[in-house]
Ligand binder design. Sequence first.
Ligand SMILES: [Mg+2]
Length: 275
Amino acid sequence: MMWPTPMPHHNHDLLTVLLRHGNRSVPSSQQTWLWFFDFDGTLVDLAPHPDAVKLLPDLTDDLIRLATAPLQTVAIVSGRPLRDLTRHLPSHPALWLAGDHGAEVRGPQSFVWRHPSQETIEDEANTVALDLHTRVKDLPGVWVEAKATSMSIHYRQAPQAAIVNLNRILREYCWGSTWVLKPGQLCYEVRATNGPTKADAVRVIRGAVDPQGTSLCLAWGDDVTDEDMFLALPTGLTVKVGTDAAFPTSARFRVESVATVREIIHQMARYWTQS
Ligand SMILES: [Mg+2]
């Protein structure tokens, strides 16, 4: 399916597009829809600490309604490790979950997948996380979150001078190594160059749910790492959360905020479950 360009960058228009494609009075309405949502900054607002995020109860209900509606599949694709992600999400057999930027995927009927290079990268990632911790531990408000195959270095509460220092330390550390530095939302991501990305999660889930590749894929995310999802879905409906032009995107739509995403999910959950 081709989308017209330029796409409207307005959530009302986006909802109109979605409803038009969901028109159940035409035969193409038999098309399955495959929703990919990033978690932090997409389904939940960022909080001073990653543990403090709150998935609103209404959104939880809407996600489950959408995930169990006919023709709909819902996947949450996060940078968080699965064990962490599952502490914040409802445990529901219909939901697909991908953690650690596509290193691990879990789905209905005990579906489990791990990125083939995960184990090799895991050992090295441990060492890198310890190294980085040593280098940044004296910077106020900065801390390293070690994940299985990558790490996030958070600076949500750091003063500007510490952030500048952090950037320098990380650039020096990654330069010429097999580790790459990516800016995240109020954090830096350090990832193996040959490691998993969210595109892996998209491919694995799509391969399991929609082997023919005929689904309408909808991907939503606010981060640089979500660009991998957008690029993996060149004919999909891809949506960047955030309208700041300083953050370029290959997504076809932009929406303003997490609240907009929530509202659209609410409308679509209603739409797909109305009789
Ligand atoms: Mg995010």
